[in-house]
Design a binder for this molecule. Structure first.
Ligand SMILES: [Zn+2]
Length: 563
């Protein structure tokens, strides 16, 4: 009797603990969902022709199929159906943001009850397949970017090309593309859609990538198909479906093209020793600005992509280079929800007026342009900078692009080419931008570059703290520090002395204690870590054809650093 009651008590206790645990877990997930700030993806639809507006609708329909395909590749359609049965709205919501049961921004930790670790090969391979079994498999297509592996009834592994595995979904895409091709007014866009349509049927994307490179004039762009290979954590072979529906920002794009033409002149005026600026930078960069109006699949899972550099095919790089697309409204989303609150905490109240999106976006765009400035080959006979600096190269190259990007912005403001921001705006926003980007640490190239710059600026009096501990930027000293830091970075690249570069980065590419304190304060302030998108035809003012309301929260991926 006694024994029994103890057992009953024990069961009751376990049940209570279980209940409390579930409640605590639920609260934790709710908090996590709140870390994603909602943002509506829009653009000026008025500037589009009626045909273009109709095309946008079709592109969104295709993007939704890409989204379904990504779910299938990442998590499996059957598992997705089970997720829909979950009662807890917070868990359900979070699973939508992460396209599955694992937290993409927290080391893939499972958060849906009943799920263990994420299979490294996602749903591209049988989960019970061993590496030895893969190695033994005699099929040259097993490593293709466009095949999945499945265990058949006999227990053997079949290699299935995407166009067969996803035949049904792709047939729907084919129908939609047929309509789109008839509507496309821009010749480049029409040609691309035609060739891409064939590629989806054969899994040979080379020709469509080549044609996409030539698509220079179209106001609409549509990046879609199996593209990046991050989702295949097992071998990195398999590409995941995704889509971006994009509308070009013509003003910004034209300005970037025009200012890129000025690179040789900007190079001549670089604040560094003349012997490091003898190279003449190229002026044929393909860099354009877009608003994204729809994200789907891989690029929408977890952290959001804010810039595109495609295609990935090296054969296309050799023949035509790459196209770089800056996603302006996605950056604005992150600026409003993440950067502004951080600046509000950290920047002197008198200089908050200098925190501007246009300044932020200029710094980001001219960072890209500035990769073309400076020096590519060392002057010390050590070959090119990349070879000479080895694993230190990325940090220094990012440091160069950061500071020379700011130098370009400053020069263009002085030449009255940029008139919507002041130099003070550019400087204050630049420093606030560093506080934003080191939030998640300074371990990879961008983070180390940020810290080297920040510490140099601090040591040269570019900013100090006011009585509340807020940052005050000294415009005059910042200018001198900018010039000094640019000169030092370009010299380090031009000399190509690996040990000098390594020692400097090890000593200065770190978060110092006073900044670490600031980062703690930022952490406590519950500032969002990423965005979820409200997107679709309805928010664009397009007619919905009896489809479900798009309320699925969508979360963005920065290719290298978390925003
Ligand atoms: Zn860069």
């Amino acid at each position: 009797m006694k024994k029994l009651s103890i057992t009953v008590m024990a069961i009751a206790m376990v049940a209570t603990i279980g209940g409390n645990e579930a409640k605590a877990q639920n609260q934790e997930i709710q908090k996590k969902v709140q870390q994603y700030a909602p943002f509506t993806l829009k653009t000026d639809m008025e500037k589009l022709t009626p045909q273009e507006r109709e095309l946008v609708g079709i592109f969104i329909d295709i993007a939704k199929v890409m989204d379904d395909l990504f779910w299938e590749q990442s998590f499996g359609t059957e598992n997705r159906k089970k997720l829909r049965e979950i009662k807890d709205p917070a868990i359900k919501n979070y699973a939508e943001i992460h396209y599955g049961a694992w937290d993409r921004l927290d080391a893939e930790k499972p958060f849906v009850p009943g799920y263990g670790a994420k299979p490294a090969g996602a749903n591209f391979y049988p989960t019970d397949m061993t590496k030895a079994e893969f190695d033994k498999l005699d099929d040259p297509m097993k490593t293709s970017q466009y095949t999945i592996l499945r265990r058949n009834a006999k227990g053997k592994i079949d290699v299935i090309p995407y166009h067969k595995a996803y035949e049904k979904q792709l047939a729907r895409v084919d129908e939609l593309l047929d309509k789109a091709i008839n509507l496309a007014e821009d010749e480049g866009l029409r040609k691309y859609l035609e060739v891409r349509r064939e590629a989806l049927k054969t899994d040979d994307y080379y020709e469509s990538d080549m044609v996409w490179m030539d698509m220079k004039k179209s106001r609409l762009d549509f990046v879609f198909g199996p593209i990046e290979n991050y989702e295949d954590g097992l071998f990195g072979y398999k590409t995941a479906y995704e889509a971006f529906v994009l509308v070009k920002d013509e003003k910004w794009s034209e300005d970037l093209a025009r200012f890129t033409q000025m690179l040789p002149e900007l190079q001549k005026n670089l604040p560094c020793d003349p012997k490091y600026k003898k190279e003449v930078p190229g002026t044929d960069s393909d860099l354009n600005v877009y608003d994204v109006i729809y994200y789907a699949g891989d690029c929408n899972a977890g952290s959001k992509t804010i810039a595109i550099n495609l295609p990935n095919d090296e054969r296309v790089h050799l023949a035509k280079g790459t196209r770089r697309l800056q996603l302006k409204n996605a950056m604005e989303a992150k600026f409003n929800t993440i950067m502004l609150p951080i600046a509000n905490l950290m920047i002197s109240k008198d200089q908050l007026k200098n925190i501007k999106f246009d300044a932020f976006f200029s710094n980001v765009c001219y960072h890209e342009v500035a990769h073309g400035l400076g020096i590519k080959n060392t002057i010390s006979g050590k070959g090119n900078v990349r070879q000479a600096l080895q694993n230190q190269y990325s940090a220094w190259e990012e440091a160069k692009a950061d500071i020379c990007g700011l130098y370009i912005v400053q020069s263009l403001i002085e030449k009255k080419e940029i008139t919507n921001i002041t130099i003070e705006d550019a400087y204050v926003t630049f420093i606030a931008g560093i506080l934003r980007s080191v939030r998640f640490g300074a371990t990879e190239a961008h983070g180390i570059a940020n810290m080297m710059c920040f510490n140099y600026m601090q040591d040269h009096g570019a900013f100090k703290r006011d009585k509340d501990g807020r940052y005050v930027i000294d415009v005059k000293k910042m200018r001198t520090a900018l010039e000094g830091w640019a000169a030092l970075v370009i010299k380090t690249e031009g000399d190509g002395d690996y040990e000098v570069a390594r020692k400097y980065a090890a000593k200065n590419g770190v978060v110092r204690p006073d900044l670490a304190k600031d980062l703690k304060a930022i952490e406590k302030a519950n500032i969002p870590i990423d965005i979820v998108y409200e997107q679709g035809k309805k928010v664009l003012g397009l007619k919905e054809k009896k489809e479900k309301k798009v309320t699925e929260p969508q979360a963005v991926k920065d290719n290298s650093v978390r925003f």
